[in-house]
Design a protein around this ligand. Structure first.
Ligand SMILES: Nc1nc2c(ncn2[C@@H]2O[C@H](COP(=O)(O)OP(=O)(O)OP(=O)(O)O)[C@@H](O)[C@H]2O)c(=O)[nH]1
Ligand SMILES: [Mg+2]
Length: 363
């Protein structure tokens, strides 16, 4: 059974890798036919989903040329975007595997569409970084949303950096926004560093929790809770109802001891049943209230400014890493050898970094 499962997963992974390579090949073919970044930008802006999808594939590429082309597309999109358009809102959703993130987004996304929004969902799976896989399963769990013309659901393969979050997610968000989606939802599995990364990419961060365990607020759970703007105890249904409510009360109690939030808001704990589509409207109202209060007190823009600077740092290290791959000159001072020396403790990390930068970065 297990072997069958992993075989299936393996097939899905290789399928998604193959699909990604095909998409990149199509993009390069289009580039060679002199399809300009301006042309791509126009296609994306006019609602061509294939163009959007292919541009997102560029964000995941490990080739510097692809990133340069992506930059040109983003610039062309900036030029096309009308001034004064309402600023799209970015939301991160995290929680342990199986807590119900995708089921919740399926309901929540449809509600946003009913309210007149256009919704893009980017799903990130850090565990698949090990296998270069993707969350193909998620598309089926968000079936109605995937079919909606007002939604764009993109399970993202994560051939990624240490954080486990797909490196190009920020650019994928920008592309979706340029395509006219005004509610961007990023789903990530809450298993470690990926939350911090997604926290840095989104305006509001929603943590889904399971009923039970409210009295043992230790370690990582507390760390993740401190990053959350809203906590939802999901699966408030069937036999878990009483426990879900008790857990929510315990979390709310515990939050009194947490430091004040930088956005000046109170972290609320609500319950929901994604399966029975209960509590979704309340969650949506709570998120809208957050947006409203942050726009009033300027935290919205302040946080975005910090995030843009974070992106700058992150891209510098990515581009250096990609250049490193290009500059591997096979001598004793290559990156691999420096890494070994740092690993062995025979060279200080600072010295190794300076040595490498001196030799490999043009001034
Ligand atoms: N009883 C109950 N089950 C739920 C609820 N929400 C989701 N589930 C079930 O929980 C299981 C996992 O749901 P998903 O939505 O895939 O959870 P997820 O957090 O996206 O999982 P990963 O993407 O694997 O991390 C599915 O069998 C859902 O039907 C809920 O509110 N109540
Ligand atoms: Mg999921």
């Amino acid at each position: 059974m297990c072997a069958q499962h992993s075989d299936k997963k393996g097939q899905e992974n290789s399928m998604s890798d193959a699909a990604r390579h095909q998409a990149l090949a199509r993009i390069r073919a289009a580039q060679s036919q002199r399809r300009t970044p301006e042309h791509w930008a126009q296609e994306i802006q006019s609602g061509n989903r294939d163009a959007l999808s292919q541009a997102i594939t560029l964000t995941e590429s490990q080739r510097l040329e692809d990133l340069e082309y992506l930059t040109a597309i983003l610039q062309a999109l900036d030029n096309l975007t009308p001034q004064g358009r309402p600023i799209p809102f970015r939301m991160g959703i995290t929680g342990v595997p199986g807590v119900g993130k995708s089921t919740f987004i399926e309901q929540f996304g449809q509600m946003l569409i009913e309210d007149g929004h256009r919704v893009a969902v980017l799903a990130i799976d850090p565990s698949s970084a090990r296998t270069h896989g993707s969350l193909l399963g998620d598309k089926t769990r968000m079936e109605a949303l995937s079919r909606s013309p007002q939604a764009f659901v993109r399970p993202s393969p994560t051939a990624s950096n240490l954080g486990g979050v797909a490196r190009g997610t920020h650019e994928a968000i920008l592309l979706c926004e340029a395509a006219g989606y005004d509610r961007i939802i990023v789903e990530t599995v809450g298993v470690g560093q990926s939350e911090t990364e997604v926290r840095n990419l989104t305006d509001a961060f929603v943590l889904l929790m399971l009923p039970g365990g409210g009295d043992e607020l230790q370690g990582i759970k507390r760390g993740i809770m401190e990053m959350a703007d809203l906590i939802l105890v999901n699966k408030d249904d069937g036999l878990s109802r009483a426990q879900a409510r008790e857990t929510a009360a315990q979390y709310q109690q515990a939050l009194h001891l947490f430091p004040p939030t930088p956005g000046g808001h109170t972290i609320r704990v609500l319950t929901a049943s994604a399966l029975e589509s209960k509590g979704i409207r309340q969650a949506s109202d709570a998120v809208e209230q957050l947006i409203h209060s942050w726009r009033e007190n300027d935290w919205f823009e302040e946080q975005r400014q910090q995030q843009r600077l974070h992106q700058l740092d992150s891209h510098v290290s990515t581009i250096l890493r990609l250049q490193r791959a290009h500059h591997n000159d096979g001598t004793a001072t290559t990156w691999d050898s420096l890494r070994t020396q740092v690993l062995n403790g025979t060279r200080h990390p600072l010295d190794a970094a300076q040595h490498w930068l001196k030799n490999h970065v043009e001034s």
